[in-house]
Design a binder for this molecule. Structure first.
Ligand code: HEM
Length: 137
């Protein structure tokens, strides 16, 4: 949740500061893995997006592998995975289409859906762990 929130904050900054096209290539910026400072903010948005994607997919895999996992967690983490993959693909399209307004608006909309699913997954996980602690007392 913290990584995703930071990513949305960075995205808002990229948009408001007009930095959306500072890094015109995809998936890496010019100069590869360690781009120079001109691309830093947009490159950070991509790096944190890749980290978010890894964490969301890992949560979904863990929820399906865990026999005791609740169906609600499986559902919300799977939806989060669908949204994160859509969002990363859309991020590339936003750049390819030179920040087309509709695509940027959809990018924000799916970001909010993704945030909701990660929030629900977190709330369900805390509620379930609280119930299992109480049942042991
Ligand atoms: C989980 C993945 C991602 C999330 C949650 C996310 C979220 C956001 C958010 C909330 C914004 C601000 C939108 C606005 O204020 O209208 C934004 C902007 C932006 N994102 Fe992402 N993003 C993700 C991945 C990516 C990726 C992989 C790219 C592609 C390289 C990308 C490219 C952009 C660009 C270029 C903008 C600025 C658009 C503009 O200048 O108006 N995003 N992102």
């Amino acid at each position: 949740m913290i990584v995703l929130y930071s990513l949305m904050f960075l995205g808002g900054y990229v948009s408001a500061a007009g930095l959306g096209l500072t890094c015109p290539e995809w998936p890496l910026c010019p100069n590869g893995i360690m781009p120079d400072e001109d691309y830093f903010i947009e490159w950070m948005h991509r790096l944190v997006a890749a980290t978010t994607g890894t964490l969301v997919i890992a949560t979904m895999i863990a929820s399906w592998l865990n026999k005791n996992s609740d169906n609600k967690i499986k559902l919300t983490s799977s939806l989060a995975t669908v949204f994160v993959i859509t969002q990363i693909t859309l991020g590339a399209l936003v750049i390819d289409m030179k920040l087309h307004a509709v695509l940027v608006a959809i990018h924000l909309g799916i970001g909010i859906l993704l945030f909701s699913m990660v929030l629900l997954t977190t709330l369900f996980a805390f509620r379930i762990s609280k119930i299992s602690i109480q049942s042991k007392i």
